[in-house]
Write a protein that binds this ligand. Structure first.
Ligand code: CO
Ligand code: CO
Length: 332
């Protein structure tokens, strides 16, 4: 099918290829003013630590995991965008140690300016990835909007005694990262130049299912997925929630090909800079600012960061005892 488009799909996204997440500090200021949904006996994971999903115990041996994620086009290919958005939404269930059960679509579409047939390709991409995950995909909700947006609301199931939480990190545990970083930088370059990055698309469309199961099999209890706040942002949240500090070995962190050179050429999403601004006071760095920007790069559908060792994935640091009042990350 050939469709006449008034401009590339990513040109409809106002954000700079970083999935337009609200900056972390701003989000916390707003949430801080709300009556907090504190974990109760049955709400096993609520809002207090900004974990990846809400988790509710429904009977002795089962927990329901609920999450949603949607964003503007990060790539021009509508089918790939659908696949990426779906893999990203499903990831929060895997990041809690669950398996997705059923999802519904969330779609915003500028019907005046973009053919609705194109939306069908986005939805087909999402359906393809949901099927790969063994997750039912039902209807959903769509609205007319000037900026296209797509994602899923996902319900999963897990074992209440075997969740992967962001507050269960302990000193001494190694930190394992299951996907390379640099996706925000390459998406930013793709939006600016139209060049395509097949490796980045392959990384973003890959499910975190195997990584999640491997983490549980290894006896891990603490994990999160690396998305809009970047490795530094998500690691900081994990450390803060777990009452620990972290040491990162920058040289051990894997990157998608072209990320480092693209950063040097100036392709940096605003979201990645905001991530670094947010954590800078909490980071003791023996590396330069470019290295820190890479570590703070806002990811789309990134990998799992697991407190534990997983065969086949690099250990990039470890958790250490909390030294002061607030969580700190040292980067060498
Ligand atoms: Co997440
Ligand atoms: Co999320």
């Amino acid at each position: 099918m050939t469709l006449e488009l008034p401009g590339r799909l990513t040109s409809y996204a106002a954000g700079g290829g970083c999935a337009c997440k609200v900056p972390p500090g701003e989000l916390e200021r707003v949430l801080g003013g709300l009556a907090r949904g504190r974990a109760t006996e049955d709400l096993l994971v609520g809002v207090e630590n900004g974990d990846d999903a809400a988790v509710v115990r429904i009977d002795g041996g089962r927990a329901v995991i609920l999450t949603t994620d949607f964003f503007t086009p990060v790539v021009d290919d509508p089918h790939d965008w659908g696949r990426i958005a779906a893999a990203n939404a499903l990831s929060d269930v895997y990041a809690m140690g669950g398996e997705p059960l059923v999802a519904v679509n969330l779609l915003a579409w500028p019907r005046e300016t973009l053919p609705f047939e194109l939306a069908a390709e986005v939805l087909a991409g999402g359906a393809e990835v949901a099927a790969e995950a063994g997750c039912h995909l039902a209807g959903g909700h769509s609205i007319d909007d000037r900026e296209p947006k797509y994602g899923l609301a996902v319900t999963g199931l897990g074992d209440p005694e075997r969740l992967l939480r962001n507050d269960a990190g302990r000193p001494g545990l190694p930190l394992t990262l299951t996907k390379p970083l640099g996706l925000g930088i390459l998406n930013n370059r793709h939006k600016a130049t139209g060049e395509s990055f097949p490796e980045a698309v392959a990384v973003m469309t890959a499910l975190n299912a195997e990584a999640s199961r491997a983490a549980l099999a290894a006896g891990a209890a603490c994990a999160t997925d690396i998305t809009g706040f970047g490795l530094l942002g998500h690691l900081f949240k994990l450390c803060r929630a777990s009452g620990v500090d972290a040491e990162l070995d920058a040289a051990a962190v894997p990157y998608v090909d072209g990320a480092r050179s693209s950063l040097a050429e100036g392709f940096v999403p605003g979201g990645s800079r905001r991530n670094l601004d947010w954590v800078r006071d909490r980071v003791d760095a023996r590396v330069d600012d470019d290295e820190l920007l890479l570590l703070a790069d806002a990811q789309t559908s990134g990998g799992l960061l697991v407190a534990g060792e997983l065969p086949g994935h690099p250990v990039i640091g470890h958790l250490v005892a909390r030294a002061g009042e607030v969580a700190r990350i040292s980067v060498r």
